[in-house]
Design a protein around this ligand. Structure first.
Ligand code: N01
Length: 488
């Protein structure tokens, strides 16, 4: 141990991935770790999203760190507050809170003389040997450019900026958007609000997910015997589902994909009684092209008399509500923008310069790229969790982050043991990765013709196109010939 180099690490962000990175670095004996968090609490997406109906579309026992199982989950799809509580408790338990500088947003990162120089918006300066960017995938809200939006006299906000002072019970609420967020909000408000109008530009494929509560007996059994939780996480059925799904989405023409589409379509056929409503809700693109929405009760809820699916295009927003192209004014008290996020931000809006002063914006002029979603040529010792082209398509981001972190520890260990002083993806490896990735991406279901946050500005899928098994295999250990290694 004594001849090991003492590394100072900085983690950016205290959400799910940042908490993980801080814990793992400590576990591996790297004590000098600071986490910079722009907000005043941990939790990332689970801090920022507090809308009614919020849950995770990955089952609770699977959306849990492998080293911190949670026998106390109340159900398969618990609410956002419960998920937030899990991350906060875990951060407290593992001493992450003491490592965090809250209220500090990093403005610049510059690689100078072999170290990262860091400056926050408040002017705090720091340096680090290693930087792990755990900046999240979907956290820069996208606000639609709809004429008249600011003229609305009621309350209006983005789903990730929920205003809890606004009464919803008995109110007339409009929800723009039919992604996972819009679906969850509408399902939750159907029993509370007087009128819920969901403005649907594009229909969604919705898969029904059972949400049975765990009983106290089950939770007691989980506490006594954690192998019961592992059995849920690794059950042959869920493993098989992940494999089948991953096989299917990576090849849009595969029999697996056609089978999955049939299965998902059944949910619509079997659960929406009124044929006219069923046709309104029927997507005109293939299931899986957008991220499938999982909901235990969306179809049940949209059939309630309080809910109306509005398919006429939005013309403009007026002081009293939303005017659609057919001339109707939909009068509203509250207008929710469940309109998604800018999915190409990653390290942005930080100003990041790498070796020789190269600007990340130059590197990312066409699209954000990172070898294996985690390392960028000429940006040594800067690693990303769930970065560009990571497998965020219908997989559990917590599992992705854990596997990436294990892989990164292999690289960081080289820095610590003096086998390397600087490590970043090699230019050739990056090119090969990106060209084979783009080629494979064109065969995925994501490229089958729809608009989604999986697509880059050029309209091509910008995420992991291969199977999950392939990702697991790649993450076993770094292939060192893919990296530029400056020996130390
Ligand atoms: O955002 P989205 P989201 N006029 O981008 C519509 C994760 N998530 O927040 O489809 C009218 O999917 C847009 O219409 P269209 C999950 O990974 C997870 O719902 O582009 N409509 C679309 O309907 C998810 O995939 C959970 O035609 C406009 C919607 O807004 C991801 O976050 C929960 C419009 C945006 O859908 C994003 O989901 C919630 C306009 N001008 C979210 N602009 C979990 O369960 C946009 N739209 C973990």
């Amino acid at each position: 141990m004594s001849d090991q180099r003492k590394l100072r690490a900085v983690v950016i962000g205290a959400g799910m991935s940042g908490i993980l990175a801080a814990i793992r670095l400590r576990q591996e004996g790297i004590d000098d770790v600071t986490v910079y968090e722009k907000a005043d609490r941990v939790g990332g997406t689970w801090r920022e999203n507090t809308y009614p109906g919020l849950t995770c579309d990955v089952q609770s026992h699977a959306y849990t760190y492998s080293f911190e199982l949670n026998p106390d989950w109340s159900s398969q799809y618990p609410d956002g507050a419960e998920i937030y509580g899990y991350f906060e408790r875990t951060a407290q338990k593992y001493g992450v809170m003491e490592m965090i500088r809250f209220g500090e947003e990093i403005a610049t990162l510059a690689f100078v003389d072999g170290r990262w120089e860091i400056e926050t918006k408040k002017g705090t300066k720091d340096t680090a040997d290693v930087v792990i960017a755990a900046t999240g995938v979907l956290h820069h809200p996208s606000t639609p450019d709809i004429p008249g939006l600011s003229s609305f006299e009621g309350a209006s906000f983005h789903s990730a900026r929920w205003d809890h002072s606004v009464p919803l019970d008995g109110a007339r609420v409009g929800v723009i958007g039919t992604g996972s967020t819009g679906v969850q909000i509408v399902a939750a408000l159907a029993d509370r609000s007087a009128v819920v109008k969901q403005f649907q530009r594009t229909a969604q494929w919705v898969r029904k997910g059972a949400n049975d509560p765990y009983t106290e007996e089950q939770r007691a059994a989980f506490r006594k015997d954690p192998s019961l939780i592992l059995a849920i996480r690794n059950s042959p059925e869920s493993e098989a589902n992940v494999r089948l799904w991953s096989q299917a989405i990576s090849d849009a023409s595969s029999p697996e994909m056609h089978m999955m589409e049939g299965y998902i379509a059944q949910n619509l056929e079997q659960n929406v009684v009124d044929p006219a409503l069923r046709e309104k809700l029927r997507p005109n693109y293939r299931a899986g092209c957008k991220r499938i929405v999982i909901s235990p009760n969306y179809y049940e809820q949209v059939q309630k008399p309080t809910v109306e699916i509005v398919t006429d295009a939005i013309d403009r927003v007026e002081p009293k509500g939303v005017r659609t192209a057919d001339g109707t004014l939909h009068e509203l008290d509250v207008l929710v923008l469940a309109t998604g996020f800018h999915a190409d931000m990653f390290l942005r809006p930080m100003h990041v310069t790498g070796r020789g002063g190269v600007d990340l914006e130059e590197k990312w002029a066409e699209r954000p790229i990172a070898y294996m979603g985690l390392s960028i040529p000429d940006f040594p010792n800067l690693f990303l969790l769930n970065g560009p082209t990571a497998p965020v398509g219908n997989f559990s981001l917590i599992d992705v982050a854990e596997r990436q972190m294990d892989y990164l520890m292999g690289l960081i260990d080289m820095l610590r043991t003096g086998k390397a002083r600087e490590i970043s993806a090699g230019g050739k490896a990056m090119e090969d990765y990106e060209s084979t990735r783009a080629e494979a991406a064109s065969k995925t279901i994501f490229a089958s013709g729809c608009r989604s946050w999986y697509l880059g500005a050029d309209g091509a899928p910008s995420i992991w196109p291969w199977t999950y098994d392939r990702f697991i295999e790649e993450m076993q250990a770094p292939k060192l010939d893919a990296f530029d290694v400056v020996e130390g």
